[in-house]
Design a protein around this ligand. Structure first.
Ligand code: ATP
Ligand code: MG
Length: 393
């Protein structure tokens, strides 16, 4: 009898044509997360089976992997011989206090001499006989005893835990996350990874107006996100010249609108250079002046690449809940300024006009500055290895 972890893929199994690619990607992501541990994986189209001396540690790491529907700790027997299954079940339940229960049997081996009903009923009898006080309750049991019979092996498990769901990171291709030091953009990054997008991230810094601490904070947030994907490539763009140019040449109420148009332009260029198919950001409708529908329209109009906004329709409190869940919140609320907060005008325009933006931009040579910003970007590869996650290594 071997103790093991069984993984159910859930939503993956509906992707018929792509299933092999999905499972292979999931396996690669799990291998990456379990690197340095002693473990072995077997898998088929329906399940993954992980054997390891320290299953608790394996389970902790699996909690960060998208594409897993259920994480089950159970027991594998190298036989499907019915008497042996009964004996094994008896030894597993003897010491446990089982009250109401039901037995659920799944036979992927259809030539087995007993039906699922017959198996469940016989094994229910084993429990009733060996656990005084136990009763069968098929509708609302405290314990569900699951039996699975494959062609030459059988499995028993009692409880399963929810995985992160979603698709394995990487199956959807790459996207570029505009990552600031705030609360919203890390949450937007997390939600897009959940749909299988591998993230690269871009951060605009404006030293000396923004501090080194602000940059370190963004690196920490990227590291927190990398827990879910193994690594993230972070592009750091020197934005000072552009921002100072805007300040000199653009009326104050349009500062933010034009600044964001510049960020979008540079992000699009970096995305295309790095094979990222979309931009992702933490904009939320109506949250600030630059996130009204009019602003989004005028800002978005400078790029052709699709832009997704995973938190567009969430309330701030809903975003904060997710931020806390992914352990980004404490870092996001650190007080270091980013380039938006320093250049905030008193009355930013809430319904900017595209013609006016074009006019304000035509009055100075921002194109060279944008070229320079793209050329001089700094790239760091952030991995999950040297953060909190390392305590689990
Ligand atoms: P908050 O949680 O305070 O709203 P925020 O990061 O969402 O923080 P906003 O000013 O609302 O700040 O910016 C909207 C979006 O624009 C961000 O979610 C992020 O995707 C992008 N963004 C803003 N500033 C930067 C920056 N310095 N570098 C990269 N992306 C940025
Ligand atoms: Mg925001």
């Amino acid at each position: 009898m071997n103790k093991l972890i069984i993984i159910k893929y859930g939503e993956l199994t509906t992707k018929k044509g792509n299933i092999k690619f999905f499972i292979k990607t999931l396996k690669k992501n799990i291998d990456n997360a379990l690197e340095s541990l002693n473990y072995r994986i077997e898998y088929d189209n329906g399940r993954m089976y992980i054997f390891a001396p320290d299953l608790e540690l394996v389970e902790k790491r699996l909690n960060y992997i998208f594409g897993i529907h259920e994480i089950i700790t159970g027991y594998e027997f190298g036989t499907i011989e019915f008497d042996t299954i009964k004996e094994n079940l008896k030894s597993l339940v003897l010491d446990s206090k089982i009250e109401s229960f039901k037995v659920v049997t799944k036979r992927s081996y259809k030539n087995y001499p007993f039906t699922s009903m017959e198996i469940s009923s016989a094994l229910g009898g084993v429990v009733l006989k060996n656990c005084p006080g136990s009763t069968v309750d098929v509708h609302n049991p405290k314990t569900t005893i699951n039996i699975e019979i494959r062609s030459n092996k059988s499995y028993i498990y009692f409880e399963s835990k929810k995985g992160l769901h979603g698709y394995p990171v990487g199956v959807a291709g790459k996207g570029l996350l505009m990552l600031s030091g705030g609360i919203d953009s890390p949450v937007a990054g997390y939600l897009s990874m959940k749909r299988g997008i591998r993230l690269e991230a871009v951060y605009f810094e404006s030293p000396p107006h923004t501090s080194d601490q602000a940059k370190k904070k963004v690196e920490s947030l990227a590291r927190i996100l990398s827990n879910y994907s193994g690594y993230i490539k972070l592009h750091i763009v020197h934005f000072t010249d552009i921002q100072e140019g805007i300040l000199k040449n653009v009326p104050h109420e349009y500062l933010i609108t034009i600044m964001r148009r510049m960020m979008y332009r540079i992000s699009e260029r970096i995305a295309l250079k790095n094979n990222c198919k979309i931009l992702i950001n933490g904009e939320s409708i109506g949250q600030v002046a630059s996130q009204t529908l009019d602003s989004m329209n005028v800002i978005n109009s400078v790029v052709n690449i699709p832009v997704i906004r995973p938190v567009a329709c969430f309330d701030k409190l809903e975003i904060i809940d997710i931020s806390k869940k992914i352990e980004a919140y404490e870092t996001s609320i650190l007080p270091y300024e980013d380039c938006c907060t320093i250049f905030v005008p008193d009355h930013p325009v809430i319904n900017p006009k595209k013609d006016l933006c074009d006019e304000y931009e035509n009055s100075w040579d921002w194109k060279t500055l944008v070229d320079n910003a793209v050329k001089t970007e700094q790239v760091i590869k952030i991995t999950s290895k040297d953060n909190k996650f390392s305590s689990l290594l």
